[in-house]
Design a protein. Sequence first.
Length: 261
Amino acid sequence: MILDDIVAAKKKRLPVQKETVGEEEMRRLALESDRAAVSFYDALSKPGLSIIGEFKKASPSHGKMNNKIELTDRISQYNEAVDAISCLTEEDYFLGSPDYLRQIRKMTRLPIIRKDFIIEDYQVYEAKVIGADAVLLIAAILPDGLFKHLYDLAYSLGLDVLCEVHDEEEMRRMINMGVKIIGINNRNLKTFEVTLDTTRRLAAMAPEGTVLVSESGVLCADDITALKESGADALLIGTAFMENENPKKLALEWKGIYDGN
């Protein structure tokens, strides 16, 4: 499964990263950071549709993005149309970098989520240091004990957590942990097949008050209507925005559809 390959690559990279900034130093930098995080939870839980606009250079399922605009223009448009920003920092399969998040932090006051394959404390501390307001934790790659440890660590640093699930078993695990924000990935990570029905099925299981984010496969107006009916509070949109010359216009159009305007 692709997740296994990505995690294996991450395990090889982390020791190299720690040669530049050691574990204790990264922890110290995170604990001494005086930047107040912007609430990712508040951005997603407000009335109406919230949109997380993504920045990514590539993905395993899609290949390299046909990026139509420069980063500065993209973030300027996001600032006027979306509610939060997702930045891929995974290097090998998404061609990301923590440096991209650092750059974006200087361009926006919106909450930023570090989207990566987090398996160690070091990455959570680093997220705080580079300017993230939230981190992604993926249920499929973390046993419950480690997931809860990293979740609690993030919140102790003032970071929110988007908890990603792909199926009913992972959804039940997150419900049992009482997490606040659940991201439902519509992509089957074994086949890469995308179906928005995944959001419909799993959203029906969520306790009242859980913020639900639908991830992957949002491409057209009909998708917005379907996901509203499924109960999604927010959408994380990557490829559709990355390969559009005017993501601001698209985001505002889709918010209008969701709100019935």
